[in-house]
Design a protein around this ligand. Structure first.
Ligand code: M6R
Length: 606
């Protein structure tokens, strides 16, 4: 998703901005650009390295704005790359989001004599400011007027050539973080490019505007009323956002699994009483006891976490649970009331579809909760209460450790809600003990990664893959397939194992491998029958099963062994080899594992 970064201070702004763009690269993008009042504007289609090539001797100036663009309106060309300027080349804008009324504004401006160079929605903004400055040449006032005219979503940074020290930033639906340094200030889409300069940050809220110079930061509402907001200290270290010696962020993040579970659980279990202590839910604990239904919303991997959560919560809390894609929920007329929990699951906390579902839920009176990884993100702030994952920043576009932490947090929530209802203390204690044993079991799986790598190499020439699972592992069939397709670009399908005979079985032949998630649990016998069906059609089968299960050998081509835990937690272990398998598969194909084509880490548009 687009990334914005801006700097005003005394240092070499060109170097700082290019460096900042590099740390935003993980968000996914297709072109880059930079503007410094002292050097002008430079843009390039493709990666930041293409932009660097265009400025071999660096740039002059102590302030500027920069952008990574993920195309929405208009092709990913140099022309459409940001920053965009008005007619006179004096007002420059970088923008993350969509200006929905850009067509009508553009027509109005064209009638007033403005010509446009790009096919982006963003370009109307500098022209609009310019138009207002014709009546009154005041950059700040004109910017406020323009911001009040545009509709849609934006995280924006704006600069005026004749006031080079000043940056104006604005937010409506797309994240903006202000970094406060000594004699320098920053604007960014997230904290990652700011952290190497300062840990003091201010998160803008929707409908807020920040006016920055090297020594001043003032925050206003869109009506130009002053807002007082304390700075916050970010405690993520910069090293955490580095690869820590691994070849890819994705592998590093899979390897962090044991610590991630420890961090998600830390201080939240009272095993002897079978209780979960979730500080983020305390202020709504009374209301939670009165709730009658849960709807979980999420997208992609977070949605699949929700599907597993559905089984956990229904079995142990007795509450009816439905799971919805954020991208569909908002277009229905969901039946919600003040006895409904709407639970959003999101790593980034910025996914537009999930966020809109939450807003819709609020409008309809639901109690909104979040399981969110990114502290201070929009979903974390807009939900009534929630549980932070504490998984640390996830950089690889493919979500791995976030899922492990989401499932762990869902298990905590299951204990929390279950114990308010029918769950016995002994049952809570059993789940708590099993949760605490997970990190060691994940370590054991990670130690087998060389064998998983060899298996991935063996299958890397396959053009198709089927994943099947049942009950708690039903969602993992979809997640395993998603992981493979998003980083390997091959056709992979997930299927509930019981659904095979209703269609997908027709695809199976000796060239169509299946990965069957078949731990020795309550549906193991059923899974064995499904594997038999595939074998009868000569389909190769990799089975993921419980350590020590040798019975399955005669039916399968290869086996991934996983330690046993209680049935509801088994997916937290099973997902790890699926992630490793996809990782090594894509690596073997020589693909860009961390930044797969066409995808963005944080999807802040519909
Ligand atoms: O940040 P979120 O958890 O809300 O993101 C949701 C999806 O965009 C995300 O899980 C996506 O499907 C991943 N690329 C999957 O690996």
């Amino acid at each position: 998703m687009c990334g914005i970064f801006a700097y005003t201070g005394e240092k070499d702004a060109g170097a700082i901005l290019i460096d900042g763009l590099t740390s935003l690269e993980y968000r996914g993008y297709d072109s880059a650009g930079i503007y410094l009042p002292d050097s002008g504007c430079i843009k390039a289609a493709g990666p930041v390295s293409e932009l660097r090539k265009k400025i071999p001797g660096g740039l002059k100036g102590h302030s500027g704005i920069a952008h990574l663009r993920w195309a929405t309106h208009g092709e990913p060309t140099e022309e459409n790359a940001h920053p965009h300027s008005g007619e006179a080349g004096e007002i420059w804008v970088v923008h993350n989001g969509i200006i929905e009324n850009f067509k009508e504004l553009k027509e109005k401006l064209q009638k007033a004599g403005h010509t446009f160079k790009s096919s982006t929605d963003t370009e109307v903004m500098p022209h609009l400011i310019e138009e207002h400055m014709k009546a009154e040449p005041d950059f700040e006032k004109a910017t406020f007027k323009a911001l009040n005219e545009i509709r849609g979503t934006y995280g924006m940074a704006i600069q005026y050539k004749n006031e080079p020290d000043k940056i104006i930033a604005a937010r409506m639906g797309a994240p903006v973080v202000i970094g406060l340094g000594e004699g320098e200030n920053f604007v960014a889409s997230d904290a990652s490019p700011i952290l190497r300069h300062t840990r003091q940050v201010v998160y803008l809220h929707d409908g807020e505007v920040a006016v920055l110079t090297p020594t001043i930061h003032s925050i206003y509402t869109l009506d130009a009323l002053k807002v007082e907001r304390q700075a916050e200290e970010v405690d993520w270290s910069t090293e955490v956002a580095q690869k820590g010696g691994y070849e890819h962020f994705m592998l590093k993040e899979i390897m962090e699994g044991p610590e991630v579970v420890e961090n998600t659980l830390r201080g939240r279990l009272i095993p002897e009483q079978g209780l979960a202590r979730l500080g983020g839910l305390e202020r709504v604990a009374g209301r939670l006891g009165e709730m009658e239904r849960i709807i979980i919303v999420g997208c992609g991997t977070a949605y699949y976490a929700g599907l597993t959560g559905e089984y956990m919560l229904e079995e142990f809390s007795g509450l009816p649970v439905e799971v919805e894609l954020g991208s569909e929920f908002r277009y229905r007329k969901p039946v919600l009331n003040n006895r409904t929990i709407l639970l959003a699951i999101s790593q980034s906390g910025e996914t537009a579809d999930t966020l809109e579902a939450i807003r819709e839920g609020k409008r309809r009176g639901a109690l909104t909760l979040g399981i969110v990884n990114t502290v201070g993100s929009t979903i974390a702030r807009e939900t009534d209460a929630g549980v932070y994952n504490h998984a640390g920043p996830e950089i690889g576009v493919a979500s791995t450790k976030a899922l492990v932490s989401q499932l762990t947090a869902l298990a905590l929530l299951t204990i929390f809600l279950g114990r308010q209802r029918t769950m016995a203390a002994s049952e809570g204690s059993e789940i708590a003990a099993a949760l605490l044993a997970l990190p060691e079991k994940i370590r054991m799986i990670l130690e087998t990664r060389e064998a998983i790598e060899a298996m991935a190499k063996k299958y890397a020439a396959s053009r198709d893959f089927l994943y099947i699972g049942r009950k708690y592992n039903y969602s993992l069939a979809f997640e395993g397939a998603l992981k493979l397709k998003e980083i390997s670009y091959i056709h992979a399908e997930g299927c509930g194992a019981g659904e095979m005979k209703h269609g997908p079985l027709a695809m199976i032949d000796e060239n169509f491998p299946t990965l069957a998630i078949a731990p020795q649990d309550s549906v193991y016998e059923k899974m064995l029958s499904n594997i038999q069906e595939i074998k009868a059609r000569k389909g190769p089968v990799i089975a993921l099963t419980t350590e020590g299960n040798t019975d399955i050998e005669s039916l399968t081509s290869d086996i991934l062994y996983v330690p046993k835990t209680i049935e509801m937690l088994q997916p937290i272990l099973n997902v790890v080899p699926l992630q490793l398998f996809a990782y090594y598969f894509a690596k073997e194909k020589g693909l860009n594992v961390d930044r797969p084509r066409n995808l963005a880490k944080s999807v802040t548009v519909e």
